[in-house]
Design a protein around this ligand. Structure first.
Ligand code: FAD
Ligand code: NAI
Length: 486
């Protein structure tokens, strides 16, 4: 007889594993099925985020930033270091150890919360109907079994988007996993795509000494960010030695021999250019992953971009079937995936308690974005261009890091924080940052927006001195033109 569960979660990335833990905390008998294998062919929970995404990329960003500081920034503090060298295999091994700690940590969390963990591919076989539960096949190299569950949460994530004319071998032409596993610093590195991965990975290898050229198809740099932040970031990045960012390009061909990779492209003036490099990272976005899920067999709706179609509560329209994370609409971010996972777990628990009219959702307007470049970029809420398009009148208050004592002490002065507030009500509509530790500073803005704060609220809150958070305070004061230190 097949095993039976209250909830089956397919995928153990930040969407799936968090959903599974929350379901179990709510007293639901839960199984989580995941097919990820690490380079040694071993099961490794945590999905893209823990294995080849957020965690390993931030480990390498931190290591490479330390190296860069030692060479380029310590002398300004009166610290002389000679013969700084980088041991890339040791850096990669440190990153791998962090990944291992966290992926096995999920296995421990599953055990603690009594989530059953199954290694293998989960395929939807038959939908729940007439009191019959969902039937799901779990298959791996060794066996195939069928399990049953009353509810299913699909959290199968995303995979790198491929360009049809480029074949990534993860030797010289790399996807995001290959970009995190180089064993030496390439002299010349090319990156296709100046999106989040392209910028972060370009940053890592540039700091370690590579000459990095980033080629971006769109005419504007970081079109999703506030235009003023994007413009300032572009200005700062372009001053970095060893980094070239070209926008408005059109890739014509990519070829490789044992020695070089050659990228032929038309530049923004439509002139043909040739870039010769040692390694090429292709980071042109990610696509939702529904391969092998059995969507067709159960008539699960997939849109023309490959996303599972869901409503605002992550309901698919099929009885008791939900989908969360990168495989559905909305930003492809780990924290968005996790919060959707929690919301769906709470919804299922409510349904089990007979509250069929209760469903939980998350507010995309308060999902923070962070790009871990140097300086970091972060934002939440609406950009100026979005407010203009929507015809909403707003006031803007801005303050630069260069006028902040803590930023001066850190020696990290480029950038600013900008607060956008409704012209009539003063309610904060968006906060945009370029600067040191923007990834941490953005939380104050998220809290403020979640509590419907006005810029006056932030202006009246006492911020510790000296701290970077004072830039937020001064930006809020400046919404009414009353910043004190400029
Ligand atoms: P995933 O993490 O992709 O997990 C899906 C899991 O499901 C995988 O383990 C997959 O193998 C498994 N699976 C798929 N199909 C099946 C099946 N049929 N049966 C069983 N298992 C299946 N986001 C941030 O918020 N911050 C960051 O700093 C950040 N950095 C990133 C850096 C890089 C280089 C990359 C690539 C991504 C980064 N992201 C970051 C994005 C983040 O990793 C994703 O948004 C997040 O992992 C999505 O979570 P998920 O649970 O939806 O899917
Ligand atoms: P992305 O969507 O951020 O950027 C892809 C870039 O490639 C875009 O600027 C696009 O215009 C460009 N592009 C597409 N086709 C091209 C072509 N043929 N030639 C040249 N340029 C081309 O996608 P990316 O960087 O691959 O990352 C995927 C997702 O992963 C992100 O959108 C983000 O959601 C997530 N992520 C989040 C991070 C974070 O939160 N710090 C870090 C890394 C990834």
């Amino acid at each position: 007889m097949s095993e039976s569960f209250d909830v089956a979660v397919i995928g153990a990335g930040p969407g799936g594993y968090v959903a599974a833990i929350r379901c179990a905390q709510l007293g639901l008998n839960t199984v989580c099925i995941d097919d990820w294998e690490n380079s040694k062919g071993k099961a490794s929970l945590g999905g893209t985020c823990l294995n080849v995404g957020c965690i390993p990329s931030k480990a390498l960003l931190e290591s490479s930033e330390n190296y860069y500081r030692a060479i380029h920034k310590f002398s300004a503090h009166g610290i002389k270091v000679t013969e700084v060298t980088v041991d890339v295999p040791a850096m990669i091994a440190r990153k791998d150890k962090i990944v291992k700690t966290f992926t096995s940590g999920i296995a421990a969390l599953f055990k603690k919360n009594k989530v059953t963990s199954k290694q293998g591919r989960g395929t939807l076989v038959t939908a729940a109907d007439n009191g019959r539960p969902w039937q799901i096949e779990v298959s791996n190299d060794n066996e195939v079994e069928t399990i049953q569950a009353k509810y299913v949460i699909v959290a199968t994530g995303s995979t790198p988007r491929q360009l049809s004319f480029i074949s990534e071998d993860n030797d010289v032409i790399l996807d995001n996993a290959g970009a995190l596993a180089l064993t030496e610093v390439p002299d010349r590195l090319g990156v296709i795509g100046a999106g989040v991965i392209g910028l972060e990975m370009g940053c890592v290898w540039r700091r370690l000494g590579a000459e990095v050229t980033i080629l971006e198809a769109m005419p504007d740099f970081l079109a999703a960010a506030d235009a003023q932040v994007a413009k300032e970031a572009y200005k700062v990045f372009r001053k970095e030695p060893g980094l070239s960012i070209q926008t408005g390009i059109d890739i014509k061909s990519v070829t490789s021999n044992k020695k070089d990779v050659i990228v032929e492209y038309a530049d923004s003036n439509n002139a043909l250019q040739k870039l010769t490099i040692d390694k090429l990272i292709v980071a042109v976005g990610r696509v939702p992953n529904t391969a092998g899920l059995g969507a067709q067999a159960v008539s699960l709706r997939i849109d023309d971009k490959g996303y599972i179609v869901v409503d605002e509560y992550c309901r698919t329209g099929l009885k008791n079937l939900f989908a969360v994370g990168d495989v559905v609409r909305g930003p492809m971010l780990a924290h968005k995936a996790s919060e959707e996972g929690v919301a769906v777990a709470e919804t299922i628990s409510a349904m089990e308690r007979g509250k069929n009219d209760t469903a939980y959702k998350i507010d995309f307007n308060t999902v923070p974005w962070v790009i871990y470049t140097s300086p970091e970029i972060a934002w939440v809420g609406k950009t100026e261009q979005e407010l203009k398009t929507a015809g909403i009148s707003y006031k803007a208050g801005q303050f630069p890091f260069i006028a902040n004592g803590r930023a001066r002490a850190l020696g990290e002065t480029p950038g600013f924080i900008k607060i956008l507030a409704d012209a009539d009500t003063d309610r904060i509509l968006g906060v945009h940052m370029l600067g040191p530790y923007a990834s941490e500073l953005i939380s104050e803005a998220v809290v403020a927006m979640e509590f419907a704060a006005s810029s006056e609220d932030i202006a009246r809150i006492i911020h510790a001195h000296p701290s970077l958070s004072e830039v937020m305070h001064e930006a809020a004061l400046n919404v009414d033109g009353r910043a004190l230190h400029i």
